[in-house]
Design a protein around this ligand. Structure first.
Ligand SMILES: O=C(O)C(=O)C[C@]1(C(=O)O)C=C[C@@H](O)C=C1
Length: 161
């Protein structure tokens, strides 16, 4: 129905916004010689997402694989930027701080949980919905395999009973 189509386009734009932020995150880490993977931060992201999922009426356990898939895509995007910048160093204007990027990530994750909960009110993901969603994910440095993993993890999310 039209409500779920609105949720689906919100979902795709929120996912794109989250993944587009990874350019700034990668740039900050390159400048400050920080590793891409930050496992302590990943624990924070997972527990915040679980809380937001529960608030939004989702089963928190079912969102974990999705958040992991999101962070795997985030890391892959960053590694691809860093690899490209070895050959073509970036000049000039530096990115926003990592703290500021993380604040935005946190807000987007909250938005994702409420949107997913709304979407799942009308049923589960159909094959057409997944195909459409996959076609909308267009952040730079996102691969086809990243998209497939994200879509698969999405289908595991359930509303709380
Ligand atoms: O916050 C960061 O440092 C990020 O790179 C973002 C992010 C995420 O997707 O939330 C991805 C990888 C890190 O291991 C931790 C978190």
């Amino acid at each position: 129905g039209s409500v779920s189509n609105v949720s689906l386009s919100t979902l795709s734009s929120t996912l794109n916004q989250r993944m587009v932020l990874m350019r700034d995150v990668a740039e900050f880490k390159a400048v400050h010689h920080l590793p891409v993977e930050d496992l302590a931060r990943e624990d924070n992201v997972i527990s915040a997402a679980r809380n937001e999922a529960a608030e939004a009426g989702l089963d928190p356990q079912t969102v974990e694989p999705f958040v992991h898939a999101l962070m795997n895509a985030s890391k892959a995007i960053q590694y691809r930027y860093l690899a490209d910048w070895l050959a073509t160093p970036q000049q000039g204007a530096s990115a926003q701080t990592l703290a500021s990027s993380r604040e935005q990530i946190q807000q987007l994750d909250q938005q994702l949980m409420t949107t997913l909960s709304q979407y799942l009110l009308t049923g589960s993901f159909s094959r057409d919905d997944l195909t459409w969603l996959g076609s909308q994910l267009n952040a730079p440095n996102l691969s086809k395999a990243d998209i497939d993993n994200l879509l698969h993890a999405l289908t595991q999310i359930r509303r709380a009973v």
